[in-house]
Design a protein around this ligand. Structure first.
Ligand code: HEC
Length: 165
């Protein structure tokens, strides 16, 4: 009576082992060739998004601000995935809290609250740089959007794609 069930279980187990083995092989290949972004490169991307977030909020383009906040947060999570010794789970937990308060300000379209929570978030950037012996990397509110002046930060009234001036 028990025999067919046993045979089935053995077959299922075997299949599981084979699948796991081939996945491991595939991952090994992927690891050998996959590109991992350098931490400093991820940080430059975060720097860009930090500035874009600020200018979007200053121009009252809250949907864009929400988008840039999400992008910024994803970049830090990515840094945590690849560099867990530098960007620890407790750093990520702090960042999630700080992000939440910026997000609340964005949803409320509250510029004063945005400024406060943005500054607190920026302090975390500098706190970690200090701990990482990189206090010379000091992040602050951006002064002008000139480095990224090829993007419109205000709400677009004209929606023609060819109206790019
Ligand atoms: C938990 C740690 C941590 C946090 C949080 C963090 N950084 Fe960094 N950041 C680093 C480390 C470490 C380096 C140095 C990387 C290296 O030496 O290659 C760095 C480097 C940088 C650099 C220099 C990159 C370059 O090559 O010129 C910039 C800009 C930067 N971070 C921006 C930010 C911004 C903006 C934030 C916040 C929104 C932030 N960082 C948050 C750890 C952190």
């Amino acid at each position: 009576m028990r025999q067919p069930l046993k045979r089935f279980t053995t077959a299922a187990l075997l299949l599981l082992v084979i699948t796991a083995a081939s996945e491991a092989e595939e991952n090994a290949e992927r690891d050998a060739t996959s590109y991992v972004t350098r931490l400093g490169d991820l940080m430059v991307i975060m720097q860009i998004r930090h500035a874009k977030l600020f200018f979007a909020a200053k121009r009252g383009n809250w949907p864009l601000a929400a988008f840039e906040l999400e992008q910024l947060s994803s970049s830090l999570k990515e840094a945590g995935r690849y560099y867990p010794k530098i960007v620890s789970t407790s750093d990520l937990a702090d960042a999630a809290e700080l992000k939440e308060s910026v997000s609340v300000a964005i949803k409320a379209k509250d510029e004063a609250n945005f400024d406060r929570s943005f500054d607190k978030m920026t302090a975390q950037c500098n706190g970690c740089h200090k701990v990482a012996d990189r206090a010379f990397l000091f992040i602050r509110r951006p002064l002008s959007a000139s480095a990224f002046s090829n993007q419109a930060y205000g709400v677009r009234r004209h929606r023609r794609e060819d109206d790019v001036r």
